[in-house]
Ligand binder design. Structure first.
Ligand code: FAD
Length: 287
């Protein structure tokens, strides 16, 4: 590993002003679970490592109408916080399926989002929940819907020197219930072959679906938002409907063949996971 200078700013302004001069030579570090591996393997050889860990403001979580997560909020706290589990159950459920407790304690939600890794869980749930990514740079702050934030594998809308400072998650519509399903090979701690987040809301009087969102992960360069989920709205939920929508959703994916399997296999897995996630959400919403 090439020696580097360790920089630990204590405010966002300090970090962005340093990065405005040194972005090309810097590696930003959140929880470090991926960044340290990249350093160790020599995939990146920065002159500076900018550790965000000293910026207390990035650890703040608030719930005032919507959920604001500071970028350094750990994946473990998304899983453990009872208030998040109550109102944003899809997010806690996805967080609980990330790797193992050790990784979940260290990895941050900002790092998970900024990394742009296709084999990921929390950003898939955040996309299903229509989250917004809060960004800061030397030239100011901006916000971008998470679905627009992802541009390709490991490619995001972040400009050089910009930081993810937070994630804003709107409160799901009344009666919304979500489920996240993940399939791995080998250990369940491994990264997903595919995953799916489904969020549905039922009209309590008619029992019909009034809102639905399905997002799949690891089966495209970015989280895949299933347009076919619109076909659920206005329908009475049933197994045939879910199987049909899941088959259409799987056709919307664009997986690559790799060590986790060929394209047809990942599509097949995506179909099964979408179907299971929808059934799981329905079961939960029926109590
Ligand atoms: C063994 C293992 C298994 C895993 N399995 C899963 C899994 O199944 N599902 C899953 O979802 N995740 C999984 N992860 C976690 C995932 O791969 C990433 O390691 C993690 O999400 C990165 O978060 P971090 O805070 O540690 O980011 P870091 O490692 O600190 O950074 C990751 C990247 O994002 C950049 N970055 C970090 N924070 C910011 C920020 N605030 N603004 C701008 N750029 C930033 C860094 O420069 C770096 O390029 C696994 C990790 C490991 C080590």
């Amino acid at each position: 590993m090439r020696p580097f200078e360790y920089i630990k700013p204590s405010t966002v302004d300090e970090a962005t002003s340093f990065l405005s001069q040194n972005a090309e030579d810097s590696l930003i570090m959140g929880g470090g679970t991926a960044a340290v591996v990249l350093l160790h393997l020599g995939v990146v050889r920065p002159r500076y490592v900018v550790d965000l860990g000293g910026i207390g403001a990035l650890r703040e979580t608030t719930m005032k109408g919507s959920l604001h997560l500071g970028a350094l909020t750990s994946i473990r706290s998304l899983e453990r916080d009872p208030a998040i589990a109550a109102d944003y159950n899809l997010l806690s459920e996805a967080a609980s399926q990330v790797a193992n407790i050790r990784v979940r304690n260290a990895a941050s939600v900002g790092g998970a989002v900024a990394y742009g890794e296709p084999q990921t869980d929390t950003p898939v749930a955040l996309t299903a929940l229509d989250a917004t990514v809060e960004i800061a740079g030397a030239s100011g702050a901006r916000q971008i819907p998470i679905a627009d934030f992802y541009r390709g594998p490991y490619e995001t809308a972040l400009e050089q020197g910009e930081l993810v400072v937070g994630i804003n998650v709107p409160k799901p519509a009344a009666n919304s219930v979500g489920c996240h399903m993940k399939f791995t090979i080998g250990s369940p701690e491994n990264k997903p072959v595919a995953n799916a987040s489904a969020l549905i809301a039922l009209d309590p009087s008619s029992g019909k679906i009034i809102a639905a969102r399905v997002v799949m992960g690891a089966v495209g360069g970015t989280p895949v938002v299933a347009a076919s989920a619109a076909g659920l709205v206005g329908e009475t939920p049933n197994d045939d409907l879910f199987a049909d929508i899941a088959a259409q959703a799987a056709n919307e994916t664009d997986p690559i063949e790799d060590l986790r399997g060929p394209v047809w296999y990942k599509r097949r897995i995506a179909k099964v996971l979408v179907e299971r996630a929808l059934k799981c959400a329905l079961q939960k919403s029926q109590g």
